[in-house]
Write a protein that binds this ligand. Structure first.
Ligand code: SF4
Length: 332
């Protein structure tokens, strides 16, 4: 591992000043914030991340979980994944979020990993994690060996000719389904970013994965109040039953009245370069009776524009079946 300076920020303002002082918030940054470290330290050991300074933000008091002002859920940036998954409000009102978190990683990792860190985790693309390989995300302009190479796990939606890396987060898929908002503090003050706008598509700049600017610090994530009577779940399909990333996943929620769907929402994981949500695909479900053919039509809409590669075309049908199964479950 390359040597680095270690600093502990006394408060958020100090952390932001340290972060803004040098480098960028993206790959190649000279300053990195450290919370759980379950991604950052791994990538530093691999030589993928080589910050000059690591700023510990674990003592900023950002680990709370509780009611938001609007009656929803407020999750501190450094709240541990395990604490969030087992929180009484989450279990009672946002079960898909709890299921998504518990479907990821291992108990030990979830005990250390944080909310903001989960959102900022990097792709598992094997070329990205190997500094000996070319990779446009790690070394812009060097090429993308995954296209034409090993890409079975990678994305079929939101890809570009420069990068097809899939977003690895389960938690973010459930948060997107719940209309999460990311709260950020930076040198220009505080702002709120809907989670769908937080992640960027790779386009011709795959090294940029989100809208954070130098010094930006995620302080919390909020979810609006859960819909009364909604049933939700998270279904994750993967090569083995635990400690594995999603091939495809679906976070779904629905409310029912008199045998018909009143509202439905869903997001897909494992298939996109970012967690994937298409509101137009959800809209066709409202007012309808639950039906597998209807759910397949919604899946087709959500997956429109998919561009599978040679090894990952199976994700299309797998994603359809995953979504149909999850929607059938919450509307039964
Ligand atoms: Fe790098 Fe993206 Fe290509 Fe993977 S898919 S090698 S992360 S540019």
């Amino acid at each position: 591992m390359q040597g680095f300076a270690f600093q502990r920020a006394a408060d958020a303002a100090a952390a932001i000043a340290l972060g803004a002082g040098a480098g960028t918030a993206q790959q190649g940054a000279r300053v990195r914030f450290l919370a759980g470290g379950t991604t950052l330290i791994d990538l530093m050991k691999l030589g993928v991340e080589t910050p000059e300074t690591v700023v510990d933000i674990n003592h900023l008091g950002l680990d709370g979980i509780g009611r938001a002002a609007d009656g929803g859920l407020a999750i501190g940036a450094t709240a541990r994944n395990s604490d969030l998954a087992h929180h009484p409000i989450v279990l009672a009102e946002y079960p898909a979020l709890s299921q998504a978190i518990l479907a990821g990683a291992s108990t030990q990792l979830r005990n250390a990993a944080t909310t903001a860190g989960n959102l900022l985790q990097r792709t598992r693309c094997m070329y990205f994690r190997d500094p000996a390989s070319a990779c446009n995300k790690r070394a812009p302009g060097s090429g993308c060996p995954a296209i034409g190479g090993a890409h079975r796990m990678l994305a079929i939606l939101g890809t570009s000719e420069h990068c097809i890396a899939s977003n690895p987060s389960d938690m973010a898929v459930a948060m997107l389904m719940h209309d999460a908002v990311v709260h950020v503090q930076g040198v220009g003050g505080a702002r709120q970013v809907p989670l769908d706008d937080f992640f960027l598509l790779p386009g011709d700049r795959p090294e940029r994965e989100n809208v954070l600017e130098p010094g930006d610090l995620i302080t919390e994530v909020t979810l609006p109040p859960a819909e009364p009577g909604a049933r939700s779940c998270y279904l994750k399909l993967r090569d083995r039953v635990s400690y594995e990333f999603a091939l495809v996943s679906a976070a779904v929620s629905a409310t029912m009245a008199e045998g018909r769907i009143v509202t439905a929402r869903f997001a897909l994981g494992g298939v996109g370069t970012k967690p994937w949500r298409i509101p137009a695909a959800e809209a066709i479900l409202a007012g309808q009776a639950p039906d597998a053919a209807l759910f397949r039509r919604a899946a087709d809409l959500a997956l429109a524009g998919a561009r599978p590669q040679r090894q990952n075309g199976f994700k299309l049908e797998l994603a359809r079946r995953c979504l149909v199964h999850a929607l059938t479950q919450v509307t039964a």
